[in-house]
Ligand binder design. Sequence first.
Ligand code: NAP
Length: 259
Amino acid sequence: MDLGLTGRKAIVCAASKGLGRACAEALAAEGVDLVINARGADALEATAETIAAAHGVSVTPVACDVTTEAGRNAVLAACPDPDILVNNAGGPPPGDFRDWERDDWIKAVDANMLTPILLIKAVVDGMMDRRFGRIVNITSAAVKAPIPILGLSNGARAGLTGFVAGLARETVRRNVTINGLLPGPFDTDRLRSTAAARAEKEGRPVEEVLREMGETNPAGRVGSPDEFGRTCAYLCSVHAGFVTGQNLLMDGGAYPGTL
Ligand code: NAP
C-alpha cells in the first residue's frame, strides 16, 4: 500500500535506537525526509547516515536532550513546519512511590507528558493551516494496564493521554490526527537492559529471561521494532485521517480485556 507520504517532513524524537529509530526507518521507506534526535551524537549520526543511505531521503540528526527547552528548540529549528511529529523519550526509572520526591515526579512529567505537549503546541497550528498533520505519541502499554513498579511512567503517560484525548478531537477537522502507540514488550536495548537486571537479580542467563518474556506473551514472542515502526507509518499515512484520539496497544494480546 502506498501510504501517500512521499516528500513529507517528519520530526522523530529519541530515534537513534529502538522504537523511535524503527518509526524513523519506516517513514524514510515511504519517502519522508527526517529530523531525528537523541542525546548521544555518535549513535545518532550513524543512524542518520544508515537511514539516508538506505532510503535516499534527507535525514538531519539533532543531538540534544528533547526533554529540555534548549533541546526542543534545537529540534524545531531544524524542522519548524513538520507534517509528522513522533513524540518519544526515555521512560522514567522503576521504583516505589514512597521513595520518590517531588523532583522525581517533575522529571517524569517533564519528559513523558510536558515535552510531547510542548512539541505539539509548537507545530499543531501550522499543521492545521496546511490541512495535513500526523502526530503519534509513543507511550506504553502501562497506560492501559499500569505496571506497579513503573508508577512514574503510569502517571505521566496517563496525563499525556488524557490531554491528547481532548485536543485530538479539535484538530481532526483540519486533517491533523493525534494518536498514542502503546508498546508492550519489544526487542530493544531497553527491554534487554530490563532483562539483564532481572537475570542478575535471579542469577539466571539473560537469554533465558528474554525467552521467558516471549513465552509468557500470547504471541509466544516479544515484538520486533520493525512491526512497531510500520504501524506508526500507517498512523501517519493519508489513509489514517479518520483515526484520531486513539491508543493503539501493540502487546501481542497480553492485555486480557475484551475491548
Ligand atoms: P531504547 O531502545 O533504549 O531507545 C531509546 C532512544 O531514545 C535512544 O535513541 C536514546 O538515545 C533516546 N533518548 C532517550 N532519552 C532521550 C532524551 N531525553 N532526549 C532525546 N533522546 C532520548 O528504548 P525503546 O525501547 O525504544 O523505548 C522507547 C520508549 O518506549 C521509552 O519511553 C520506553 O519507556 C517506552 N516503552 C518501551 C517498551 C519496550 O518494550 N521496548 C515497552 C513499553 C514502553 P540517547 O540515550 O542517546 O539519548
